[in-house]
Design a protein around this ligand. Structure first.
Ligand code: AMP
Ligand code: GLY
Length: 420
C-alpha cells in the first residue's frame, strides 16, 4: 500500500516509524515531515489544511491510505474531503472533531451521555461569565472554547486571577477561539491519558500514558506542550480503564452516533482520577504528542493494522498483542523554551545513537542545513526507549540523551518519576 501521513512533529515521526515496519507498507510519504522523518520516508511539501490540495496529491501519488496526525486538518474537514473522494482515512470528520475543537460542544455531549466531568457554565459575554466566577469562587478553570494550541486554559487559584482570565479571553487574547468561554469546576486528582480507537461503533483501547507538562524537574515552572511521557500509566489501572470505557467513552461514542456524527479515529481521553473514579478532563481527536511516541514504541508494526481496521469499521475483529513492556520519551527542547528560543543550532552525536525496536530518537522540530541536523522548533527531539520495566526504559533513554551533543538544548532529568 501507498500510505500518506499528514504532519511534521515527533508524533508523525513515531507514526511513520511504526507504519514502515508493517509489511503492508510499500511506500510511505509524510507531508510536510521533518529531517528525521526524511531518513525513513519521502517528505512532500503540501498545505495539509487544504483538503482539495490533499485530495489531488493523493490522486497524483496513488495513495491508498491517509493518516492525519494533528487536530487542525481534522477540524478543517480534510478527512471529510478525502473520504468523499473515495480515500481510506484514519481520523474523524470535522463534525466529530468538535470533541476537541469546541469545549462547549464536548460539555454538552457529556451532559447528554451523563459522562462524569467537571461542572461548568458556557458564556458568550464577559458580564455573565464574571457573575458565574463571583458565585462559584476560586479555584476555578477558565477555558477558551476553540482550538488555542494548548494555551487556552487558565487555572485560576484566586478570584482576582479568574476575573482577569475572563476579561483577557473576551478581550480577544485567543482570537475567535475565545469568543465563547467555558468555566469549569477545578478537579483534584492525578491526570492520565487513555487512548482508544473508535470505528463509529466499536471501541478498542490501545494504551495509557502520562505526560509531564511543566518545564522543570519535579514538575515545576511554566506549562509546556509536554516534556516527556511514559506508558503504561500505573494510576490508570484495568479497573479504572473499564470504568472510563463504561461511564465516559462508550456513552460519548453512542451519543455521537445518535447525532449522526459517528466518531472514527483515535480518541485521546484525558482523565482526572481520584478515589478510584475517573472523570473526563478533555477529549482530543488525535494522538498526544509525546504520548504517541511511547504508544508506537510499544505497539510497533501492529499499529498500522489497528488503524486500517479502524478506518474500515472492522475493530470488532481486532485485538492488541500486548508485550509486558514499558516505554518512555524524553523531550529535548531548545534553551529558553517554552519562552523565546533561538533556531538553527546544530545537533551532533545523533549518528552514534542506537536505532532499533527499543531505542529511537524521534525528531519533533528539526531541519537540515548542509550536512547538519539543526533545531527548528521549541521541542526538538523525543528520545524514546522501551524496556521490561520503566526503570530500564528510563536508563536507556537517558543513555541516549547523554550521547547527543547539543549545547543549545536541555531536557528534564526526571521523566517517569511519578511511576518509579
Ligand atoms: P485541557 O486543554 O482542557 O486539557 O486543559 C489543559 C490542562 O489543564 C489539563 O491537562 C489539566 O491539567 C488542566 N485542567 C483542565 N481542566 C481542568 C479542571 N476542570 N480541573 C483541573 N485541571 C484542569
Ligand atoms: N501532550 C499533550 C497533547 O498532545 O495534547
Amino acid at each position: 500500500m501507498n500510505i500518506l501521513i499528514l504532519g511534521s512533529g515527533g508524533r508523525e515521526h513515531a507514526l511513520a516509524w511504526a507504519v514502515m515496519q508493517n509489511p503492508k507498507c510499500d511506500r510511505l510519504v509524510v507531508a510536510p515531515g521533518n529531517a528525521g522523518i526524511a531518513a525513513i520516508a519521502d517528505c512532500a511539501d503540501l498545505d495539509i489544511l487544504n483538503g482539495i490540495a490533499v485530495v489531488s496529491f493523493c490522486e497524483e501519488r496513488s495513495i491508498d491510505f491517509v493518516i492525519i496526525g494533528p487536530e487542525a486538518p481534522l477540524a478543517a474537514g480534510v478527512a471529510d474531503d478525502l473520504r468523499n473522494a473515495g480515500f481510506k482515512v484514519f481520523g474523524p470528520s470535522a463534525a466529530a472533531a468538535q470533541l476537541e475543537a469546541s469545549k462547549a460542544f464536548t460539555k454538552e455531549i457529556c451532559d447528554a451521555a451523563q459522562a462524569p466531568t467537571a461542572a461548568y457554565g458556557h458564556f458568550t459575554d464577559a458580564a455573565s461569565a464574571l457573575a458565574y466566577v463571583a458565585a462559584q469562587g476560586a479555584p476555578i478553570v477558565i477555558k477558551a472554547d476553540g482550538l488555542a494550541a494548548g494555551k487556552g486554559v487558565i487555572i485560576a487559584m484566586t478570584d482576582a486571577e479568574a476575573q482577569a482570565a475572563v476579561e483577557t479571553m473576551f478581550d480577544g487574547a485567543f482570537g475567535d477561539a475565545g469568543a465563547e468561554v467555558v468555566i469549569e469546576e477545578f478537579m483534584e486528582g492525578e491526570e492520565a491519558s487513555f487512548f482508544v480507537l473508535c470505528d463509529g461503533e466499536d471501541v478498542l483501547p490501545i494504551g495509557t500514558a502520562q505526560d509531564h507538562k511543566r518545564v522543570g524537574d519535579g514538575d515545576t515552572g511554566p506549562n509546556t506542550g509536554g516534556m516527556g511521557a511514559y506508558s503504561p500509566a500505573p494510576v490508570l489501572s484495568d479497573a479504572i480503564a473499564e470504568r472510563a470505557l463504561a461511564e465516559i467513552v462508550r456513552p460519548t461514542m453512542a451519543e455521537m452516533a445518535r447525532r449522526g456524527m459517528p466518531y472514527q479515529g483515535v480518541l485521546y481521553v484525558g482523565l482526572m482520577i481520584k478515589d478510584g473514579a475517573p472523570r473526563l478532563v478533555e477529549y482530543n481527536v488525535r494522538f498526544g504528542d509525546p504520548e504517541c511516541q511511547v504508544l508506537m514504541m510499544r505497539l510497533g508494526a501492529q499499529a498500522f493494522d489497528l488503524m486500517q481496521a479502524c478506518a474500515e469499521g472492522r475493530l470488532a475483529e481486532m485485538q492488541v498483542n500486548w508485550a509486558e513492556d514499558h516505554a518512555i520519551s524524553v523531550v529535548m527542547a531548545a534553551n529558553g523554551y517554552p519562552g523565546s528560543y533561538a533556531k538553527g543550532s546544530v545537533i551532533g552525536g545523533l549518528d552514534a545513537v542506537p536505532e532499533d525496536s527499543a531505542n529511537m530518537v524521534f525528531h519533533a522540530g528539526t531541519g537540515r542545513s548542509g550536512g547538519d541536523i539543526v533545531a527548528t522548533g521549541g521541542r526538538v527531539l523525543n528520545v524514546t526507549a522501551r524496556g521490561a520495566s520503566l526503570a530500564e526504559a528510563q536508563a536507556r533513554a537517558y543513555a541516549m540523551v547523554d550521547q547527543i551533543d547539543w549545547a543549545d538544548g536541555f531536557c528534564r532529568r526526571d521523566i517517569g518519576w511519578r511511576a518509579l
